[in-house]
Structures are given as structure tokens and as C-alpha cells.
Design a protein around this ligand. Sequence first.
Ligand code: ATP
Ligand code: MG
Ligand code: ZN
Length: 585
Amino acid sequence: MSYLAIARKYRPATFQEVVGQEHVTRTLKNAIESNRIHHAYLFCGTRGVGKTTIARALAKGLNCVEGPTAEPCGVCPSCQGVTLGNNPDLIEIDGASNNSVDDIRSLRETVGYAPNMGRYKVYLIDEVHMLSKAAFNALLKTLEAPPPHVIFLFATTEPDKIIDTILSRVQRFDFKRIPAEAVAKRLAEIAKNEGASVSEASLRAIARCGEGSMRDAQSLLDKVISFGGPGEITDAQVSETLGLIDRSLLHRMVEGLCTGNAAMCLDVIEQVYGYGYELTQFTTELLEILRHATFLRMAPEVHRHVDLSEDEVALLGELLRDVSPDVLTRQFTALLEVHEQIARSQRPRIVLDMAVARLTDIRPAAPVGQLIARLEALEGRLRKQGGGGGASGGGPSHSRRSSAPARRSPTTRRASGTSTKKPPAPAPAPPKAAPVPAPPRPPTDATEASLQESKNRPPEAQPTGIDALRLAFASLDGELASLREATLTQRPNDLLIELPGGRALAMAQQQLDNERLQAVIEAHMDAKQPVVLQAIRGTGTREETQQTDANDLLRDPAVRRIVTGLRAKILEVQDLADTPESNEP
Ligand SMILES: Nc1ncnc2c1ncn2[C@@H]1O[C@H](COP(=O)(O)OP(=O)(O)OP(=O)(O)O)[C@@H](O)[C@H]1O
Ligand SMILES: [Mg+2]
Ligand SMILES: [Zn+2]
């Protein structure tokens, strides 16, 4: 028997054998079985996905002596005729070469004749989009109301080129690209039947090269078997036939990238170069494998989008056990850039070599989410401490505005409420050891304080009585006299007390915990709130600087995200170099 190409030899004879187009075959099967066959079908889809195959199977089923049936016998004269291409009731027309209006006119003349042997005259017009406009128009009338024994089957790879008047007269099916896994499975059957032994990984590689086209994949398999077969065909032979990079080189490259082993990567590049592979081909395949690797490191439901053999999945799983998807995505992005540079470069090898330095240097970033989680844990601990030490021991309450322990920071102190333990005597405040401004603290302290405050802050702190408070301030005396000059401002989240920098400010600073002062404030404000004491602009030094520093810092989007995420505020900015005890993150 003469040699028949695999793609033709293994053309499915029935709907059941067709791979990956169930949405089409099921509908057609139902139509046949329920005797609801449309007079015109349009099959759209990319090359080699089964359009002609299904059209022929349909023609077979319609005219089989045992039909109409979705499962034609395959042996009756009608079925045999379709298989051999000499059934007079299946008229196959190549739209590309018979596209004139005259061609369609002569077709129209034959439409009226009854079928020769079967029930239907089936007209299969391939590449129907190639028909001229006049030809389309000549077809319209027949298509509108063909004789009951006529069925039109149109196939096209470019449905966009078909005019609407035709589209509205046909039942359309869109064929899908066939998933690589399904293609590989079919290739395995064929290879076995042809007495060739090809690994699963190689079959997958062939399927991937087919890009969803069964015909293309089968043609490649044909080529592989001609080159390496019959019998055992190695992965290297398959790679060579397909012009693919040897998988083991790709795996070693991934390993080198993920372990930061630049030497390993450079060795691989040297080999790739030595074999004479195109470097862009190498980066393309590397990008693909990084894509799969990333998905493998993600949730299990993502794994079905990984198109690799089981062996490769296991291998990569092992290689990447300690690599985060974040590292892989960043490597992917960097590599994509490299790939484009290589494509343009006169010296692609150098570009790729240099890229290794960059790629192997990619390390996991401390995610903001983790940082926030750490801060939240800290906050939780602080809250516990605060709750145990306070007089009321509970959360913030509106009827009883005390409980938060007093906290200090260079510019902010909470006006702590009256304590049940301490008699509310207007006694002078105990001498404060801390000078003004208070000694710097590591940034975490400031953050802790602000965290606490942001939580204790009443959700809706719109005060009343600020004017009354201003009056009360104006008549302060004794140790509080320094506050008489204060300018009071109710801000959304706190009460701002401003004084000229210097002595007045220093004295006021010492009075912030004064019970009498707190009583005055609480008497006029309907919710407890932090009190911020600061120098009037231009009169202070450190406070001013701090404010400016904080504003500068807030211009950084990352900082802004953390601060707003925590509903915190920056109380103090310190240069880490000044604080030896603060440890690097
Ligand atoms: N869905 C499929 N299932 C199994 N084999 C298929 C399928 N699609 C295509 N093939 C194989 O590919 C060959 C070509 O398929 P077919 O002629 O049906 O493609 P087509 O969609 O008509 O492509 P084209 O647009 O290039 O004409 C078939 O002989 C068959 O071996
Ligand atoms: Mg076809
Ligand atoms: Zn038959």
C-alpha cells in the first residue's frame, strides 16, 4: 500500500473519534437523532481542527444505508464512497479556486437534481470566505430555500470575511483550538499504532508546537517518526526535529536562575550557543517554562493551566520548592525585556550573558502584606497590655472617657482621663525627667503609639464646644498659665495646641498629663481625643523639622500605603543610622 500521511490516515471517520469539538458533535448528533437537520451549516475555526472531518462524517451519517445516523456503518457503498472521495452525493468544492459567480451558477443548476444513491445531496464548500461578492450573492437565493434534499456545509478559517446575508442563513459552529493535552493523547495512540516509542514529554512538546491544530501536530509527528523512527525515538531527536531547545538545558537554566547560580546559567547559555540554537528561541522557551513554573507554585486549581508532562511537573516541583511565585513573576518580566533586547541586538549573546547577573539577583521582596501583618500582631500585643493596666480595663467607651494609658512622643500626648486610682487633685505634675523635646525613639515606638491611637480614636470625632474650650484656656492659671497663649484647633482626629516654640512650649509640654488640664479639655469636648502640642510654624525647630520630614516621607507611595492601611500617622522620623539598636528588617 502506498504511503499515506498520518494526518490523512488518521482522519476520524465518525463523530466519536473527533477530539476536542464536543460542542459541535453533540449538537449535530442530536439534530440527526431528532430529525432536525438544518439546510446549511457553517464551520469556522483555525486550520486542522476538524472542520472538513466533521463535515464528511455528517455527510456519511446522513446518507448511510442505516441512517440518517450519527454513527454511520462505514462499510455501505455510501460510506465507502465518502471515505474514498467518490460518493456522487457529496460534492466538495474548493471555494478558493471556484470562487466566481459562474462557478456558483453552475452549482445552482445541479441543485435541482435528486441525489444519486443517498437521501441528500451534500455540498461542502471549503474556504467559503474566498467566494467573490457576486458569487455570494448568486448563492443567496438558493441558500434561502434550497430543495429539501439539499444540504450546504461551509467551512472557513476566516468567518469575518463572510457577508451577513449568508451568515444569517446558516447555523454556525465555532471550532476550538484543541488543548495540547488532548492532542498529545491522540498522538500517543497514533505513535503506538505506527510502532514508534516517543516519551510523554516529547509528545507534549509536539502538541504544543501544533498550537491547537491537530493536523499540524500530526504532521510534526510524521516528521519525527521519519527522522528518528521506527522504534525508540529520543527526546533529543524530537527536539532536534522540531528545532526545539533540549528540555534538560531549559531545566538547568531554571535551576540556575532560582538558586542564584550564575555559573550554571552561563554554562547553559554557552551550550545553547554552541548547538547553534537561536537565542530568541531559547528565551521564548524559557519564558514559557517560567510561566508554567509560576503556576505550579500557585494554588492547586491553577495547576490545570500548566501544560507539562507529569515528569516535568515533578521535576520542576522539586527544583522550585523554595521559590516564591513573586520571584518567578519578576524573573519573567525581566526575561521578557531581555528577550526583546536580544531580538534587536547585534550581539545577543552578550545581552543574554549580562542578563544572568540581573536574573540571578532577584530575591523575594518583603511583601507589604507581611509587614502589615507584623504591625497588626504588635498592635494586638499592645492592646492587651493597655487593657490590663487601665482603670476601666475595657475598650473605649463614650460614657466613661478614660482607660487609655498616657503615652508620650515628642509631639503628641493623649489627654488621659481621670483615673479612679489617683485622686483628681490639682497637685503640680511630678517633675518630668524628659526634656523637651523628648529623646528620640526607634520608629516602632512611634508606630505603636499611633496604632494605639488610631484604634482608640472615636469613629466620629466631630467636637462641639471648641470655642468654650478656647475661653477656658484663656483663663488658665497657676502651673497651667503657660497655656493661656495657646491657639486651639480642632482637627479631624485630634486637638491641636500651638504655642510659640521655646519656654512657653517647654512648660506646656510638662503639663500635658496634668489632671486639671485634662479635666478642662474633657469638660468641653464630647469625645476623648489625642492632643497634639506643637510650636507655631516658624517658631519651633525640631517639631517643624519632624513635620516636614513626615510629609516628605508620605510622598513615597509605599509608605503612604502602609500608613493609610493602618490608619496611622507618622509621629517621628529618624535616620536609622543614628539609632544603632534598631535592627534591619
Ligand atoms: N478534532 C480532531 N480530532 C481528531 N483529528 C483531527 C481533528 N481535527 C483535525 N484532525 C486531524 O487533522 C486532519 C485535518 O483535519 P481537517 O481536514 O478536519 O481540518 P480542517 O479543520 O478542515 O482544516 P483546514 O481549515 O486546514 O481545512 C484530519 O485528517 C485529522 O487527522
Ligand atoms: Mg478543511
Ligand atoms: Zn454506511
